[in-house]
Design a binder for this molecule. Structure first.
Ligand code: GDP
Length: 297
């Protein structure tokens, strides 16, 4: 299960303080030392850990906390709130254009789960928001990506626009947008080209699609299992392209938690959705408060 080690360690640490009728500054310090180790071991970015510890300490050693009737519980409440804030605080929703269609570019490296997530998101938009999405097969580089999206489209009965892999992604996007207008789709999800690594060709191509489509949302799909690599990828994409949201996939796996806890703080971009499995309905809006509570038990 995701966050297992982190949850176990944090809960163990917090339990020591939970029932205490009296908590001293030294108790908080000792507790935060353990929290720091737990976060670092879960592969959370060290700068993020440092800032997190500082904010919790500042709040937790305040008189109203330590002198309260239930200081142990109050300290835990502070940790919970700061953990929630670290992951973005409020749930961050997908954009809606003033004038349809809302255009969403899906970006990410090969294997992150971009194509699967495109289909999951289309399914989510139709099921939960009653939308009429069009998916666009513009990943012409990964063998079988187009076929994969078409198969998922058939399975979901959601249309897929494709022109094969001999036409440029910009050209595909241009035609897809015309089609979306014609058929009154209110969301267009573009499965853009993935690559094995972040490189200039990839960024240039995404830039060109962005310039043409003027997307309302650029969602970067990253694999939670890759920890700080996922954070680094998000930072590169954000600096070069500008992203508006992150989809963290494979949170159903046994990720330690580093990506989920660091990526918002490092990039300033919120996690909007979490991938929770391989099936098309395994996509959930990302709720920082629920995630924090899940970690802290
Ligand atoms: P792409 O290259 O980024 O388009 O990646 P794919 O969409 O083909 O996904 C790569 C692999 O990851 C596939 O086997 C997917 O089934 C799997 N995958 C995607 N999202 C999730 C997820 O949230 N959980 C799990 N367990 N597997 C996922």
């Amino acid at each position: 299960m995701a966050f297992e080690g982190l949850a176990e360690r944090l809960q163990g640490t917090l339990n020591k303080i939970r029932g205490k009728g009296k908590v001293s500054e030294a108790d908080v310090k000792e507790m935060m030392r353990e929290v720091r180790f737990a976060l670092l071991e879960a592969d959370v970015n060290f700068k993020v850990v440092k800032e997190f510890i500082t904010s919790v300490k500042e709040r937790a050693v305040g008189q109203e906390v330590l002198k309260s009737l239930t200081p142990g519980q109050q300290v835990i409440k502070v940790v919970n709130e700061e953990l929630t804030a670290l992951m973005g605080g409020e749930q961050s929703k997908i954009a809606v254009a003033n004038k349809p269609p809302t255009i969403v570019m899906m970006a990410g490296l090969q294997g992150a789960g971009k194509t699967t997530t495109t289909a999951k998101l289309a399914n989510h938009l139709r099921k939960k928001h009653n939308r009429k999405p069009l998916m666009v097969a513009a990943d012409i580089y990964r063998p079988a990506a187009i076929k994969q999206l078409e198969t998922l489209g058939k399975q979901l009965d959601i249309p897929v626009f494709s022109m094969g892999d001999q036409v440029s992604p910009v050209e595909i996007t241009k035609n897809a947008l015309a089609k979306a207008k014609e058929e009154h789709h209110d969301y267009v999800l573009i499965d853009t080209a993935g690559r094995l690594h972040v490189d200039e060709d990839l960024m240039k191509e995404l830039d060109d699609i962005k310039a043409l489509a003027d997307p309302d949302e650029i969602l970067l799909v990253v694999d939670a299992m890759t920890g700080q690599d996922a954070v680094n990828v998000a930072e590169s994409f954000n600096e070069r392209l500008g992203i508006t949201g992150i989809v963290l996939t494979k949170l159903d796996g046994d990720t330690r938690g580093g990506a989920a806890l660091s990526v918002k703080a490092v990039t300033g971009t919120p996690i909007k959705f979490a991938g929770m499995g391989e099936k098309v309905d395994a996509l959930e809006p990302f709720y920082p408060d629920r995630m924090a509570s899940r970690i802290l038990g």
